[in-house]
Design a protein around this ligand. Sequence first.
Ligand SMILES: *Cc1c(COP(=O)(O)O)cnc(C)c1O
Length: 273
Amino acid sequence: MAPVPEDLFVEACERAVANNLEFVPPYGSGGALYLRPLLLGTGPEIGLYPAPEFTFIVMVIPVGNFYKGGVSPVDCLVVETFDRAAPLGTGAAKLGGNYAPVLKHSSDAKARGYPITLHLDSKTHTNVDEFSTSNFVALTAPSSSSSSSEEEAQPTFCAPESPSILNSVTKQSLVQLAKSFGWQVENRVIPFSEVTDNRFQEIAACGTAAVITPVKSIERGGVKTMIGNAKTQASIGPGFLRLFTAMRGIQNGDLEDPYGWMQPAQGIAHRHE
Ligand SMILES: *Cc1c(COP(=O)(O)O)cnc(C)c1O
């Protein structure tokens, strides 16, 4: 596909927001205006060639509060009978073809009581890749030995390294926030055995729509591993709560944004009038 030049991409996003300001959910509602850029190829072509023409669309849609009624940790099922992405395939791209084939498996899982599904690496089924529509992130139990008595014990933020997962902008943002807290960050291969060995005190899915969805259990082949303790299974754990609060605080304009993530929408509106 023809890549969309960055300035055109950004301008299209700005215009979509500027022309739909009245659909931005009000401050304090917990809602957001979700932006969904989309690139599709079309043309009078039956042969297997790249499309002669591409259409770039930016859709916006107001979404409600993802966490109405509180953040409830979810049960997760590992998809064993289907691979989301080939080892050297297109798993790293937000590509329609990566999602439609998973729907059957995620719908079946939902019907069985698992709102979220996890994929292991397709080649060996031993390492964690990501959830069907979000990245896997985890916090190790805080090591009290590495911090002085006055300092709060600090977890390590872990995210899987894999050529088959999406490089989530939410994960990249959480990494920056975790570093700003002084936490260690590990981007590395994560064997699934670390999940079953209870190496992680908190596990969550992260992506633009919900930011963080805590996971309370992960089941694989009939074996269910509970994550963390009774507290983190009942509600979002302290580590991810801190990250979520910082992220939402910046998004809502309540906290200073030292990272350049925010753009004032009024300025956008005037520029494109
Ligand atoms: C959209 C998506 C994510 C999250 O990416 P963000 O850039 O944070 O929205 C992660 N994994 C998959 C498979 C996705 O489709």
